[in-house]
Structures are given as structure tokens and as C-alpha cells.
Design a protein around this ligand. Structure first.
Ligand code: SAM
Length: 283
């Protein structure tokens, strides 16, 4: 792996091809290889792992993942990075494969195989990060063994939020249905080139054991959208239209799910939303 260590600094590679960051593609790059190494260590990647990286860009994080001994399949919409990523692939003896396409359209479940479960690691483009995460949570079967993801700090807080906190909402409930989620560390805006307006943070998610999952994410999305769409309202009011459309009596629905009609969504533990979704699906 020493050839990877001999590559020029990431910033120099970008300068060589005269590449300027595209704001619309959420391009904020990490040049500091100590930091990308820290993210790769947090993802616990190593020989035998297949890692999917969304948005390798100029490959700072990609290098760290490859240096851990993993094989990396990277997906980036922007083909301008090809000369840099080709060089990284050569330096890693072909351990990198790059797909130049929209990650929202990539069928990632088919990229690995049963013997080599997938770890997803990414400094996510901020504009599609949440959508990608929800797609991975909805995957059936769950094909990943961990997600190590950099989000804007505010989104990272929403991923790991506990009931009663200001950040608690749909995203935390959807994550809790499938995974254990932890916030690992903050990354200041100044660590990126160009620096974004806000700080970032890395979160780590691992799938819960099968029995502990609530995997009807479509029903859960429906119910949490109704509940958190009006988060200041009591559930008997916010869920009434949803109940009516499903032919449910809202008072009976809440009672069956062991929820007080006067409860508000931000105080409800994820398992109460699972109960609501289960009854909504099969009244
Ligand atoms: N991994 C690099 C790093 O840490 O320096 C770059 C991260 S940058 C925040 C996000 C990357 O995602 C960019 O390279 C951008 O081109 C890519 N990207 C943006 N939208 C994408 C999409 N829909 N599908 C695939 N890649 C995308």
C-alpha cells in the first residue's frame, strides 16, 4: 500500500487538473489525510471489506479507506475527478472501482456479495445526504453492516436524537427502526475546502438484530410525517386526518398503541411510533 502514501497531496492533485468545486454538487473537500484516516478508523474498515463510498471527489477519504486494506467501490456524479481517481486506483493495485453516476440511482445492494457484506462510508453531499440515508434504511434486505457518514452537524443531531430533544423527529424514528445510531465526532467547517457555512459531524449506524427491527418503513414514514408535520399539536389532532383516511378511529388507534391522546410527538419513544404504524397498516 506504500504507493498510496507516495501520491501528491489532495490539494495538489486538484490544482493539477484545475478543478473548482461545484456548489450544486455539495463539493466541500477534505485535504487533511489525518482526518480522513480518522474517519476510516471509525468505520473500522480493513482487508476483506467491501466499502461503498458516495462522492469520492478528489479521493482524500478514498485513499484512507484503501490504505486500511479494503476494496472500495466509489460513486460520484462528477467525471472531472477521473484522472485523480485513476491515479489512486493504480497506486492501490486496482482496489478501487469508480462508478460515475448519481448515487440516488445506484442499486448499491447488488455491488457486493453474500460473503462480503458492505460498509458504507461517505463525506456526504449535503443536498442528497438524508435521502440516501433513508434509502439505505429502507433497503430490503439490509445489505450493509455499517454506515459511517459525515453530515452537517444539525442533520447528524437529528439522526441520533432522543425523545424530548429539539432535534428529535422523523429521521431519528426512522433510524431507530433499523439501526443503532451514534454521533462520533465533530468536524469544523474550516477542515473543508472550500469551507461550508456550518460545522459537520460523523455518525455511525449499525443494523439492529432482525428481531429488534421495525421494517415497515413506508408505514412509519406515513405516520411520522403526519405526527411531526404538526409537532406542536397533540396527537389526537395531528393524526386525525391520517386516521380518517385509513378508516380508523383516532381515539381507539391511540389507545391501542398505548398513547395518551394529549401526547405530543416529540415526547413519544420510537417504539410507540412503530405501534402506531403497525396498527395503521393492519387496522
Ligand atoms: N469525499 C470527498 C472528500 O471528502 O473530500 C468529497 C466529498 S464532497 C462533500 C461530496 C461529493 O459527492 C462530491 O465529490 C460530489 O461530486 C459528489 N456528489 C454530489 N452529488 C452526488 C450524487 N447525487 N451522486 C454521487 N455523487 C455525488
Amino acid at each position: 500500500m506504500s504507493a498510496l502514501g507516495d501520491l501528491p497531496p489532495v490539494g495538489v492533485c486538484l490544482e493539477r487538473i484545475g478543478l473548482r468545486a461545484h456548489k450544486a454538487l455539495g463539493q466541500n473537500f477534505l485535504f487533511d489525510l489525518n482526518l480522513t484516516g480518522k474517519i476510516a478508523r471509525a468505520a473500522n474498515t480493513g482487508p476483506g471489506d467491501v466499502v461503498i463510498e458516495v462522492g469520492p471527489g478528489p479521493g482524500g477519504l478514498t485513499r484512507a479507506l484503501l490504505q486500511s486494506g479494503a476494496n472500495v467501490i466509489a460513486v460520484d456524479k462528477d467525471t472531472r475527478f477521473a484522472p485523480i481517481l485513476d491515479e489512486i486506483n493504480t497506486a492501490s493495485d486496482g482496489a478501487l472501482r469508480v462508478l460515475y453516476e448519481d448515487a440516488l440511482r445506484t442499486d448499491m445492494a447488488t455491488l457486493g456479495n453474500a460473503e462480503q457484506p458492505i460498509k458504507i462510508v461517505s463525506n456526504l453531499p449535503y443536498n442528497v445526504g438524508t435521502q440516501l440515508l433513508i434509502g439505505w434504511l429502507k433497503a430490503d434486505p439490509v445489505f450493509w453492516t455499517s454506515l459511517t457518514l459525515m453530515f452537517q452537524r444539525e442533520v447528524a443531531e437529528r439522526v441520533v436524537a432522543a425523545p424530548g430533544s429539539a432535534a428529535y423527529g422523523r429521521l431519528a424514528v426512522l433510524c431507530a427502526a433499523i439501526a443503532e445510531a451514534h454521533l462520533l465526532f465533530d468536524v469544523p467547517a474550516a477542515a473543508f475546502t472550500p469551507p461550508p457555512k456550518v460545522n459537520s459531524a460523523v455518525v455511525h449506524l449499525t443494523p439492529k438484530p432482525h428481531k429488534a427491527r421495525f421494517d415497515d418503513l413506508a408505514a412509519l414514514e406515513h405516520v411520522t410525517r403526519a405526527a411531526f408535520g404538526q409537532r406542536r399539536k397533540m396527537l389526537r389532532a395531528s393524526l386525525k386526518p391520517c386516521a380518517k383516511a385509513a378508516g380508523l378511529d383516532v381515539a381507539r388507534w391511540l389507545a391501542e398503541a398505548e398513547i395518551e391522546p394529549t401526547d405530543r410527538p416529540e415526547t413519544l419513544a420510537p417504539d410507540r411510533f412503530f405501534a402506531l404504524a403497525r396498527i395503521w397498516r393492519n387496522p
